[in-house]
Design a protein around this ligand. Structure first.
Ligand code: 1HN
Length: 353
């Protein structure tokens, strides 16, 4: 039998130095503690108050003009305290809030990051994605799949505010960020509009004028359709962990709306208290209506309309609707499709009592 023995440390260090000169490294150098049984994340649970976000947007409205210098969007990001350097909301997703004034145009561009808008306030604003113009109403979800041209404009009378959700940190980790402003003959231009969500033939299952399956995906999920569906679901049997949770799906694939992010609407009936679970995907929740609390790894985060919070991966969480009279609706964004694509999605639930 051949016995292997680790040589005295001075000899090993000499070997390590020799290897390092050739850009090589023995894994005996790794401390044992860096092989955790459970996933470990640098993302921290955190809750941002609506008053702070909105006040920031109103101040930016006075101080930041769009199409002025480098500023193309009046956007404030949610920075996770665990990701101070990258200024991202989680390790895979960025959530930000955007305000546009009547008469403003956020110029057209495209990028390899996918984006969603979830509309919070105002009327008369619209976004155009690859020629499809969508009037924005509160509670609508609008997709900007990767590499699609998009611009925003506003012809109403009060400011419009919405959530932007993007997969920026994930795309950045893959080092494939590309960004292109829309120009024709070297000049910035508005996007042509070839169809709208108001066209009678537009439906969730087929975008008008689409030439291929990718372009045919729905881009506009309207509150007037999703809310009644959510209400119907809430009258049936809610999920023990998520309450009445509706996932926005791509009817062409039956899967998540985007390859990197999935979105949900969740209704907690008055007094509802869900069971705790944890999973390897990370979630950003936005309280669209009502008030409640979410317990994340034993710490309680109280939320009311407009507040937004992060539940990092593998953290136990349960939701409570604090009101005995009013429903609460949470909008959420998840990186679950990424975990699922690579067989890394795992979930654990607290058993029923
Ligand atoms: C972006 O392109 C928009 O198009 C909003 O409205 C927020 C945050 C980071 C990177 C690109 C938009 C963004 C963004």
């Amino acid at each position: 039998m051949i016995e292997s023995k680790t040589a005295p440390s001075a000899v090993v260090e000499e070997l390590d130095r020799e290897l390092a000169k050739k850009w090589l490294s023995g894994i005996w150098r790794l401390p044992r503690g860096e092989r955790p049984k459970d996933p470990k994340t640098t993302v921290q649970p955190y809750l941002w108050k609506w008053a702070d976000i909105y006040d920031g947007l109103l101040q930016a409205r006075e101080k930041i003009g769009i199409q002025q210098g480098n500023v193309e969007r009046r956007v404030i990001r949610l920075v996770n305290p665990g990701l101070e350097k990258s200024e991202m909301t989680t390790h895979t997703m960025l959530m930000s809030f955007q305000l546009i004034q009547p008469g403003e145009v956020a110029p057209a561009h495209r990028h390899t990051m996918a984006a969603i808008r979830f509309i919070l306030k105002g009327h008369g604003g619209y976004t155009t994605v690859n020629g499809h113009r969508m009037m924005m109403e509160a509670g609508d979800l609008i997709l900007t799949p990767q590499w699609t041209w998009h611009e925003h404009a506003h012809e109403g009378s009060e400011p419009m505010v919405w959530i932007d959700g993007l997969d920026v940190p994930f795309i950045n980790a893959l080092q494939v960020i590309s960004f292109e402003p829309y120009k024709v003959g070297g000049e910035e231009r508005r996007l042509d509009v070839t169809s709208t969500s108001e066209d009678p033939s537009y439906s969730l299952t087929r975008a008008v004028g689409a030439k291929d399956a990718e372009a045919a995906r729905p881009l506009h999920y309207r509150w007037r359709d999703s809310y009644p569906a959510l209400k119907r679901l809430a009258e049936q049997s809610p999920d023990p962990y998520d309450g009445a949770a509706l996932e926005y799906v791509n009817p062409l694939t039956g899967g998540a709306t985007l390859p990197t992010m999935s979105m949900r609407l969740q209704l907690l009936n008055p007094g509802a208290h869900t069971r705790a679970h944890r999973h390897t995907s990370t979630t950003i929740y936005h309280a669209f209506s009502g008030s409640g609390a979410t317990v994340i790894d034993g710490k309680k985060y109280e939320w009311e309309k407009g507040d937004t919070f992060v539940v990092p991966l593998w953290h136990w969480h349960e939701h409570v609707n604090r009101s005995s009279k009013e429903e609460a609706v949470l909008f959420s964004m998840h990186d679950q499709p990424i975990l699922q694509a690579f067989g890394l999605y795992r979930e654990e639930g607290q058993p029923g009592l």
